[in-house]
Design a protein around this ligand. Structure first.
Ligand SMILES: Nc1ncnc2c1ncn2[C@@H]1O[C@H](COP(=O)(O)OP(=O)(O)OP(=O)(O)O)[C@@H](O)[C@H]1O
Ligand SMILES: [Mg+2]
Length: 241
């Protein structure tokens, strides 16, 4: 479970990136976070993961306040950032070992999970190469595998499907579904509305740091006369012209 209570964040005196945001992401659901470029999604996610400090408000992960108890809160989640271009000089396997060390994953368990995820995402033969040599999609996949190694209850994914080939995207979406069905938490941002329509139970739409809508997809469609596509609803809600 993820709880945002009245969270705000500005960059400098004039740029309000996130404005009094309150949001609850329940266990057992896939929650899609939508909004135009610059809406405040990544800023919200970085506050959720303790990378950025909110100016005001509180964020709890599984009931643990990220500001008050950051280490315990961070053990609850796995995080995939919006850019996978990190630790480029490490080999894939070195990166995964590093992540497993950080999260105290026992040796046997990490070997089993690295094998399983690397096979699933077709990364097994690339693990001996440096991340520098990976394509964008391969970098994305090594970060995803690293984030899942400690079997976190809460998944926080910032545009996780960007750059994934169809098979890897399918694998990740299936895993997200299984995780939510096991009564755990999946929160992700995306621009791909088809994915949202097919995968999400709940959505929030953010624009200029404000939540325009938060609720189930059915509620959203009901509010918009029931028969329109999510694309049309989204474009209408975020149109400022
Ligand atoms: N470090 C920063 N310094 C100054 N302004 C920032 C910083 N990070 C984000 N912003 C601003 O905050 C706003 C929200 O940015 P954010 O990255 O959260 O958007 P986003 O919804 O993730 O967009 P995208 O869909 O393009 O990823 C934007 O106007 C952006 O310019
Ligand atoms: Mg972003």
């Amino acid at each position: 479970m993820i709880e945002f209570s009245d969270v705000s964040k500005s960059f400098g005196p004039s740029k309000i990136a996130v404005d009094h945001l309150s949001l609850t992401v329940n266990d057992g659901e896939i929650f899609g976070f939508l909004g135009p470029n610059g809406a405040g999604k990544t800023t919200s996610i970085k506050m959720m993961t303790g990378i950025l400090k909110p100016d005001s408000g509180r964020i709890k992960i599984n009931g643990i306040d990220i500001a008050e108890n950051p280490i315990e809160a961070k053990k609850q989640f796995g995080y995939v950032p919006d850019s996978p271009d990190q630790f480029l000089r490490l080999k894939g396997i070195e990166y995964l070992d590093f992540m497993a060390d950080m999260y105290d994953v026992p040796l046997e368990l990490r070997e089993e999970r690295i094998k399983k995820f690397s096979d699933e995402f077709e990364m097994s033969t690339a693990l001996g190469n440096t991340i520098q040599s990976y394509s964008h999609g391969m970098r994305q996949k090594i970060v995803i595998i690293g984030a899942l190694l400690h079997d976190p209850a809460v998944w926080i994914l910032d545009e996780p499907l960007t750059g994934l080939d169809p098979k890897s995207a399918y694998t990740l979406k299936q895993r997200m579904r299984q995780h939510a069905d096991a009564h755990k938490t999946v929160f992700f941002s995306t621009h791909v509305l088809e994915v949202v329509e097919n995968l999400c139970d709940h959505v929030a739409i953010i624009d200029h740091g404000h939540i325009l809508f938060a609720g189930s997809l059915e509620e959203l469609k009901e509010q918009h006369k029931g028969d329109e596509s999510l694309e049309k609803i989204f474009l209408e809600m975020t149109d400022h012209e």
